[in-house]
Design a protein around this ligand. Sequence first.
Ligand SMILES: [Zn+2]
Ligand SMILES: [Zn+2]
Length: 341
Amino acid sequence: MGKERRTMHVQLCMRGDMREEDAKKGISRRQFLAGSVAAVAGTLASDKLLAQTAATPQKKTGTKVILLGTGGGPRPNKVRNQSSQVVISNGIPYVIDCGGGVSRQMVFAGVPLTGLKNIFITHNHSDHNLECGALIYNAWVSGFKGKVDAYGPPPLARMTKSFLETNEYDISVRIPDEGRQPLGPMIEAHEMSKPGLVMQDDNVKVTCALVNHPPVVPSFAYRFDTKDHSVVFSGDTTPSENLVELAKGADVLIHEVLHKPGLAKLMARVPNADRLLEHIVGSHTTTDDLGKVAKQAGVKKLVLTHFVPVDDPSITDEMWVGPVRAHFDGEIVVGRDLLEV
Ligand SMILES: [Zn+2]
Ligand SMILES: [Zn+2]
């Protein structure tokens, strides 16, 4: 797959960075925010869960996944953030998708932006990539001084370059004014068009498969194999044989889900109902089909995410799980923002 990728360094930038004491302040602010999150997020998840998640320091060994955003679709709402997850393996974060709000969700989850290293975009719908450039930028203004490798379908390189051009004024002001290093050379965009090996380091081996999410081509699912765990992220897809193959025997499958009976209410409040309904039904996976996918893949645990409809309180957890359970007898988790898996 190496030959299929176009690698691009985006030049721009600066030198210098956040001082040590600023980084320390960042930690105490994080602890403060953890308290704030627990206070306001009653509709997102249980207070207990959020308090535990946000206050827990990142372990330096082992593997865990934090759901940063579990909402499906581009429309902002009060219940779930746009799509994003982070795998943390031996203290290194691997961010999968960057929907709007991902930077702040990283802060809430206690994952230091200064540790940003790898980003993987499943496909180029805005609820998965809107904050990709901004996440890197936000890490930069937070004191990040390393290099970010971003992987995803074309036009990832052009989008990265455009982001830097759009924000060139601010970036060029901050370089001399705040003593920061140039941002462009810190970013390497790897464009992928085919399935296979994405990257490998001391912690993880990342592979991908093509999934079916018309009209967005290519759309990828990612599998992360670490020394102790395997986890697969579906991205957006209809039931996919490629996904089933990629997820064979994985410990955890984190998969998008659509509650088809709930669509009628959703369509009643949007102006483009006919076209939108056609897209949703033809590009996503229903609760019923998801149970079959999880069973075929033989995964141990299934985590539901990218909920569509995203903010209909009449759809209970039992309604999300019931049709899945009819086919899959492994563990089923209804995903929530900031849930640690
Ligand atoms: Zn989506
Ligand atoms: Zn999509």
